[in-house]
Every structure is written in structure tokens, then in C-alpha cells.
Design a protein around this ligand. Structure first.
Ligand code: MN
Ligand code: MN
Length: 285
């Protein structure tokens, strides 16, 4: 930390600046927050909009993009851009429902497939990241954006990192986020399960990657070896740490190994090499 930065932080503390709000970043060139392409940094599994490949089927919605896996009854990954341009005052819709945009013949998961399972309907793209309009918020309740999460994961550790990402957004940053599950078998309130209602595979772990940039334009070209990237890997259990999401940080390389995907594939290989080997050690609130 430079002396001037130190003075700045001390100044904020003296002002009573809340520790939950990171210091605001100056937007690049007076840029305003915008809605940018969810897959600008890459399509991790090279998903295609090809109904002949039901286990890696690309769906591009206005509010997020995903690769659907019909055999698992959930997305392999969901990707979304987060900035204040996606935010507003629309109330939470809570209308979990079948995604009718799935091609004929694909496994269609309904809200009822989770009922009494001991697992929460866990959002990948969070409801609170999309509340500009009722329609935007409603889109996050499509079951293609939902995975079975243990309640203590969904409501505590996972939520804490979602909140941290929105705090960064409030500080004039924009984020490119990927999330999904891997492995088989999680622990909910009714014990360990591998599949819900014969349709929905329960992941053993839930992961997320967030690439963080000051608000600006031409985002892909701004990703550098200094860009902050946070990768997390949380066990899908009731005993997941209940306080600090930061304890679950890993490298992107680790998540590439366990998922088999190539994240940030549109970023130059030399920059990926550096960014993906690191494990974030930055602030956690
Ligand atoms: Mn941008
Ligand atoms: Mn990569």
C-alpha cells in the first residue's frame, strides 16, 4: 500500500466509511455503467445452440447466458455481466418455473422437483443482480438458472460472496461472473443425496469466478495480469463455513482442472497463465 493510499484509507475510516463498502473506484474515462456481453471473456465449455448436444446446450438470454446439461437437469455454468446498469427497484418475483425455451426432448426441471428435498433452489445468477425490471428479475427464477444447494451454503457463505460482488459494483466496478456446480452428492437438511426426483443431480461443490474491472468500455482488452480475479469453491454441505467466503478461495486453474472447462478463453493465453495460477488474497469485505 502506498503512503497516499494509506492516507486515503485512513481518511475513509475517519469518515466512518462502512467496512462493507469498498472504497469507490474512479470509472475509466468517465464511462457510465452499461450492460455488456455476458460471454465477452469466453464460453467455458464451447457450448453451442445445437439440440443434438443436450449436455452442453448454449442458451443466451438477455440477462445471462448458460450451458444446459439435460442429463444433470441443470446448467453446467451460468455467465453474467454485473454493473449498476442491471440494477433497479423491481421486487423479488419468486416465480420459480420450467424454462420453456429448452428444446423438445430435453429434461425439464420444475420447481416441484426440489420440493421437500432438503435442498434450496439456489440461484446461479442471483435475483439481486437483476432487479432493473420485473421481467429481468423474473428471468433469474427460470429453473435453468437454479442448482440444488444446501441451505447453509445458499443462505450464508454463497450469499456472502454474492453480496461482496454487489459491494464492488457499488464502488464503480463491473464484473464478469461464471458459476456452477461439479461433483455428485451433497448434504441437505434431509441428509446426503445424489439426485433429486430422478432428474436433478446434486453437486458436491459449488464454484464461482468473478473478474473485476473499473467501470469502463472495451472490457476484454482491459483484462491484464493485474486484474483482480476471485475464484471460490464451496462444499455443498450443511457444515460449510458460516462466516467467511474468503476461506474458500482457489485458483482458476484449480476450477479448470475439476470442471474440465477453459475459463477466460478470450483473454490472451499469456495473461490467462498469470491470472489463472493466482489465488486471490484481497479484501473480503
Ligand atoms: Mn464495460
Ligand atoms: Mn482459461
Amino acid at each position: 500500500m502506498t503512503h497516499l493510499t494509506h492516507v486515503y484509507f485512513t481518511f475513509l475510516i475517519l469518515l466512518g466509511f462502512n467496512a462493507c463498502s469498498p472504497p469507490p473506484i474512479t470509472p475509466v474515462g468517465n464511462a457510465k455503467p452499461s450492460r455488456d456481453a455476458h460471454l465477452a471473456l469466453g464460453n467455458p465449455s464451447q457450448a453451442l445452440k445445437d439440440p443434438a448436444k443436450p449436455d452442453n446446450y448454449l442458451m443466451e438470454k438477455e440477462t445471462y447466458a448458460l450451458s444446459y446439461n439435460s442429463a444433470k437437469g441443470q446448467a453446467n455454468w451460468v455467465a453474467w455481466h454485473l454493473s449498476k446498469a442491471w440494477k433497479g427497484g423491481a421486487p423479488r418475483q419468486d416465480n420459480f418455473r420450467i424454462d420453456q425455451d429448452l428444446p423438445a426432448g430435453f429434461s425439464r426441471v420444475s420447481s416441484g422437483d426440489y420440493t421437500n428435498s432438503g435442498f434450496d433452489r439456489g440461484h446461479l445468477c442471483p435475483s439481486d443482480d437483476r432487479d432493473s425490471t420485473v421481467g429481468d428479475n423474473s428471468s433469474t427464477f427460470l429453473m435453468t438458472n437454479i442448482i440444488p444447494q444446501s441451505p447453509n451454503l445458499n443462505r450464508i457463505s454463497w450469499l456472502a460472496f454474492e453480496n461482496y460482488c454487489r459491494n464492488l459494483m457499488d464502488g464503480n466496478q463491473e464484473l464478469y461472473i461464471y458459476a456452477g456446480g461439479y461433483g455428485k452428492g451433497g448434504e441437505g437438511t434431509s441428509g446426503v443425496k445424489e439426485v433429486l426426483n430422478g432428474k436433478v443431480q446434486v453437486p458436491s461443490h459449488c464454484w464461482k469466478i468473478a473478474v473485476i474491472l473499473p467501470v469502463g468500455t472495451n472490457d476484454l482488452a482491459r483484462v491484464s495480469e493485474q486484474t483482480r480475479v476471485i475464484a471460490i469453491d464451496m462444499p455443498n454441505t450443511q457444515t460449510v463455513n458460516q462466516q467467511s467466503w474468503g476461506d474458500y478461495r482457489v485458483s482458476v486453474d484449480f476450477l479448470e482442472m475439476v470442471t474440465g472447462y477453459d475459463f477466460l478463453s478470450n483473454v490472451p493465453e499469456a495473461v490467462q497463465m498469470v491470472l489463472e495460477a493466482k489465488t486471490d488474497s484481497g479484501p473480503t469485505q
